[in-house]
Design a protein around this ligand. Structure first.
Ligand code: BGC
Length: 258
């Protein structure tokens, strides 16, 4: 029997073959949770993440799901039940962004970003909480949104629309699901060193300008986000619902246009 702050719990982390999702899945595993590693495009990375999670002595499974497809999200929840025996924690981490001036945004861009970042979160959460309701079990939903659920991000209007949507979805569900003891919160990361920021990390002037806006003077790490996710997933967060928590080195208090 595993030990730790999440001993015996089962967690789904979407988009967990890399970046913030991988950091969360590994931190949860290190605290005794059995984890579902979801990937869309990188099976090898997902498999490596699974092996690293299992090194903590827990069970980890890999499931392929494109969260923009409702059937895939339902299957992800289904696999947690059939292969691991249930699910207590859902981390909606999978996300995409597209850099495009508002005038240039295509319907395809819009659908890609909104379908993954908002529609996907909406329907996997629905599948997850239906199971909890039917089993009369409590649960924790953690959405990885962004500072841009609240802060402007010129040329990323689709991303901002999706993250703003997640902010209100979280607030609404916290109220609707509170009576079932299902808690819903957002973590809003700032600039974290992950694959979503590959272009930024390769552009030194842009990166330096961003770092000047971050009071703590550095990019965040997936582990910085995972520490808060652990708090919200564990009993320590038992009275916390309906809130957004920023993990951004102070960026949201100090944004300047370049
Ligand atoms: C975005 C990054 C951006 C960061 C800070 C994140 O949500 O994914 O592209 O650098 O916010 O603006």
């Amino acid at each position: 029997m595993s030990q730790g702050r999440l001993a015996g719990k089962i967690a789904i982390v979407t988009g967990s073959s890399s970046g913030i999702g991988q950091g969360i899945a590994l931190r949860f595993a290190s605290e005794g949770a059995n984890v579902v590693i979801d990937f869309r495009s990188h099976p090898d990375a997902a498999e490596q993440t699974r092996a690293r999670a299992e090194a903590f002595g827990v069970k980890a499974i890999v499931v392929h799901a494109d969260v923009s497809k409702i059937a895939d999200t339902q299957n992800l929840v289904e696999q947690a039940y059939t292969q691991l025996g249930g699910c207590d924690i859902l981390v909606n981490n999978a996300g995409v962004e597209k850099n495009a001036a508002f005038f240039d945004v295509t319907e395809e861009d819009y659908d890609m970003v909104l379908d993954v970042n908002l529609k996907g979160v909406f329907f996997i959460t629905q599948a997850f909480v239906k199971r909890l309701r039917d089993a009369k079990q409590p649960g924790s939903v953690i959405n990885i949104s962004s500072v841009h659920e609240d802060m402007v991000f010129p040329n990323f209007s689709t991303y901002c629309a999706s993250k703003g949507g997640i902010r209100m979805l979280m607030r609404d569900l916290a109220v609707e699901l509170g009576p079932l003891n299902i808690r819903v919160n957002n973590i809003a990361p700032g600039a974290i060193d992950t694959p979503i920021n590959t272009a930024l990390l390769a552009d030194k002037p842009k990166l330096d300008a961003l770092l000047r806006n971050i009071p703590l003077g550095r990019m965040g790490k997936p582990e910085d986000v995972a520490a808060l996710a652990l708090f919200l997933a564990s009993g320590d967060g038992a009275y916390v619902t309906g809130s957004t928590f920023f993990v951004d080195g102070g960026l949201i208090r100090n944004y300047h246009e370049q």
